[in-house]
Design a protein around this ligand. Structure first.
Ligand code: DHB
Ligand code: FE
Length: 280
């Protein structure tokens, strides 16, 4: 039987992909950011060893654009290539999918009345590849298979935190009913506070971000009820990406144990954070 053994929330800042690709992860600027991921990298390699990651992220107008805006899309293909975001595709390995598990999750979710968009072919952008680089460095091949789960957090209306949490709960049920013996993790990416454009560009909110991390570790399902307007006011226009962390958190059940937590300001124009949680 497949099971979700852990969840990770993490920012997916594109500049960090550049740092990995250009070998700058140890310099004065990037060093403190990457040091915060060292615990997680070691844990993944030596202890956690997931077979598959359900990687919740958003596409940033790479695979989708204003012509097609799926609220929730699941990648059911065998392989995904790194998207060209304007400077050529990142030099990272192809991402190997898990079509069997992905189709099973899609069926389970749709029969539970979550109207997923099924994607068989797409390129994946920094929302997916940067967390892979943060967790696994720069290997010749990624050590896990990935089920990409793309969420629209770019074009209003985006899904509520409550809906995201409920989707996470349904994903956990879907994984549990998959007969193959698989160690599955779920990652939620994006955030933390940041606004990339407009008069408030550069907005960061250390206090709010840390309260959000506190809520994820300690407060049952309280975080699911944070309204959109609070993310926008307190964490900037792109802070809304954090609703994707709630899909991860919803999949872990009521109580969790925190294994690791890291927060750093600034990283590019954003606050970067990550948290590693296990179902209690
Ligand atoms: C940036 C882009 C992102 O998608 C994000 O989540 C954080 C930062 C950026 O362009 O700096
Ligand atoms: Fe983003």
């Amino acid at each position: 039987m497949a099971r979700i053994t852990a969840g990770i929330g993490s920012s997916h800042v594109p500049l960090l992909g550049v740092a990995v690709d250009q070998g700058k992860t140890g310099d004065e600027y990037f060093g403190p950011i990457f040091q915060g991921y060292e615990w997680t990298r070691t844990w993944l390699e030596t202890t956690a060893k997931p077979d598959v990651v359900i990687l919740v992220y958003n596409d940033h107008a790479s695979a989708f654009d204003a012509n097609i805006i799926p609220t929730f899309a699941i990648g059911c293909g065998d392989v995904y290539k790194s998207a060209d975001e304007g400077w050529g595709p990142r030099p990272v390995p192809d991402v190997e999918g898990h079509a069997g598990l992905a189709w099973h999750i899609a069926q389970s979710l749709i029969l539970e009345e979550f109207d997923m968009t099924i994607i068989n072919e797409m390129d994946v952008d920094h929302g997916l590849t940067v967390p892979m680089s943060m967790m696994f460095g720069a290997p010749a091949a990624w050590p896990v298979r990935v089920v990409p789960l793309a969420v629209n957090v770019v074009t209003y209306p985006v899904p509520s935190g409550n809906r995201c949490w409920a989707l996470g709960e349904a994903i956990a049920r879907a994984v549990q009913s998959f007969p193959e013996d698989l160690n599955v993790q779920i990652w939620g990416t994006g955030g933390m506070s940041h606004q990339l454009q407009g008069p408030r560009a550069g907005l960061l909110n250390r206090e709010w971000d840390n309260r959000f991390l506190d809520l994820l570790e300690t407060a049952g399902d309280a975080a699911r009820h944070i309204p959109h307007i609070e993310y926008l006011r307190e964490t900037g226009s792109e802070g809304i990406e954090m609703v994707m962390w709630l899909i991860m958190r919803g999949a872990l059940g009521h109580a969790v144990t925190r294994l690791h937590r890291h927060y750093h300001i600034p990283c590019s124009n954003t606050a970067i954070g990550h948290i590693v949680l296990e179902p209690a």
